[in-house]
Design a protein around this ligand. Structure first.
Ligand code: CO
Length: 304
């Protein structure tokens, strides 16, 4: 009797070790048995996770995201978490308390939510997404914890999403007064993570779509010097600078449009190219937010 029970526990544990460790497809995970009986738990809940921002004007983009998420999933609990410790500390100094993803998950668990969809509001599946994916899913392994955690994909995760995002930028963010021969420069963040390659793919697709659209990054590749050289060689006279980020935050204000000599605006001006910054974050555009909502819908559909 005890032997049989023990065998069952071992099988159960082995199954969950497998599911937990391999990152099986959502389809497979959705059909896996719950490792403890459903409690009279609340849920599902949605956790929106972003790097965060301390720039006041950039917060409008987050408010716009929340509004659209609430409209798409009425009566669903929606919470926020910021991955950036630096931003959380800074906001705490201003009396604003924002949770890390881990604290937000613990809170949801404590309050009895048994199913959580975590939406990564990052641009690419980079280091922050990777960490978010690992850490939040561990909450589904705790006894009497959350039964199911689904992490929804960030924005740029396929050929289709890269092309759609570029098309939206070209048709909605680029000012209408842009004339033929004037450049559009997108500032991506860039990263040491292998997914930095997405920005090069983006550059390739951008130039296929519009020969004078460029993608540079602050911390990765393509570098700003690379695209500046191209623009100089092509005798570009004017360029619109657009942050390829959810919010027009610190990087947009300083690295892109700042007055310091090393900002993109200053460097282009020095190279004889008139630089016009467009201070809008991509999340200020409904069609971009809807791309995230599509990913969230996939995650929510698996929380059954
Ligand atoms: Co940064």
């Amino acid at each position: 009797m005890i032997g049989k029970q023990f065998a069952r526990i071992v099988v159960c544990l082995a199954l969950f070790a497998l599911i937990g460790a391999t990152g099986l497809s959502p389809e497979v995970r959705a059909h896996a048995p719950a490792h403890h009986p459903a409690k009279d738990g609340k849920g599902p809940a949605i956790l929106l996770v972003t790097f965060g921002t301390s720039v006041e004007s950039a917060k409008a983009a987050f408010a716009a995201i929340e509004k659209r998420v609430r409209a798409a999933f009425p009566k669903t609990e929606v919470r926020w978490a910021y991955t950036s410790k630096m931003i959380r500390k800074k906001l705490e100094g201003e009396g604003i308390k924002i949770d890390s993803p881990e604290v937000a998950m613990a809170r949801l668990m404590d309050e009895g939510y048994t199913k959580v969809a975590v939406q990564s509001l990052h641009m690419i599946p980079g280091a922050e997404f990777h960490e978010l994916h690992v850490n939040t899913r561990l909450f589904a392994q705790m006894i009497d914890g959350i039964d199911q955690v689904m992490v929804a994909l960030p924005l740029l995760v396929s050929n289709e999403t890269l092309e759609k995002a570029l098309k939206e930028v070209l048709t909605k963010v680029v000012p209408k007064e842009r004339k033929a021969g004037e450049a559009v420069v997108l500032m991506g963040h860039g990263t040491h993570h292998p997914s930095d390659a997405i920005y090069s793919a983006l550059m390739y697709k951008a130039q296929k779509m519009d020969a004078n659209m460029y993608v540079g990054t602050v911390e990765g590749s393509p570098s700003f010097d690379e695209i500046k050289e191209q623009m100089v060689a092509r005798k570009i006279k004017k360029a619109y600078l657009i942050p390829f980020m959810t919010v027009a935050g610190d990087h947009a204000m300083n690295d892109m449009a700042g007055d310091e000599p090393d900002s993109w605006k200053s460097q282009l001006t020095k190279a004889g190219i008139e630089a016009v910054p467009v201070m809008k974050g991509l999340a200020e555009f409904d069609s971009i937010v809807d791309m995230y909502i599509e990913h969230l819908k996939v995650a929510m559909a698996h929380l059954k």
